[in-house]
Write a protein that binds this ligand. Structure first.
Ligand code: FAD
Length: 123
């Protein structure tokens, strides 16, 4: 399957990229692939409010599920991008599928054992 935009990761960086794209290029074919089991949620309030019972579970999510129900948008949860082939502009996923893209945003977060201090970058 071919997508104009591939967003890898559904943290705050990936989510807001997706949200901006839905305004700037609303008809584009976009896919978000994330290891997360849940739709994008706000992490900081988890330890400050949610855990101590001061925030309802549904308030943790950055948008309701209906936000992601668009014909030209696909969200793959619990799925890892295992490999990116930059020349071919393809990504190999942990579900065994390979997708092609025109632009990719790697928003996989900071990881001292992974991408170093880089928070997000664009292919
Ligand atoms: C409990 C908690 C409290 C926090 N409190 C604060 C705070 O008070 N102040 C503050 O500034 N920040 C805080 N943070 C951090 C903040 O929420 C963000 O996580 C951080 O800013 C990084 O955001 P990010 O979107 O770049 O990456 P992340 O939030 O780390 O998101 C990375 C995303 O990439 C996905 N991913 C990674 N590798 C792959 C792959 N190969 N394929 C597909 N998907 C992949 C992950 O599943 C995840 O969805 C907190 C985080 C947590 C968990």
């Amino acid at each position: 399957m071919h997508y104009k935009y591939l967003i890898i990761g559904s943290g705050i960086a990936g989510f807001f990229a997706l949200k901006e794209l839905s305004t700037l290029d609303p008809t584009s074919n976009t896919i978000m692939v994330t290891k997360d089991r849940y739709y994008p949620y706000d992490r900081p309030p988890l330890s400050k409010y949610y855990l101590v019972g001061q925030m309802a579970r549904e308030k943790v999510f950055l948008e309701g599920e209906e936000f992601y129900e668009r014909a030209n948008l696909k969200v793959l949860l619990s799925t890892e991008v295992e490999k990116i082939l930059p020349k071919e502009r393809q990504a190999v996923l942990s579900n065994g599928k390979t997708i092609s893209f025109e632009r990719a945003l790697i928003a996989t977060g900071g990881d001292p054992r992974g991408f170093g201090r880089v928070k997000a970058f664009i292919i």
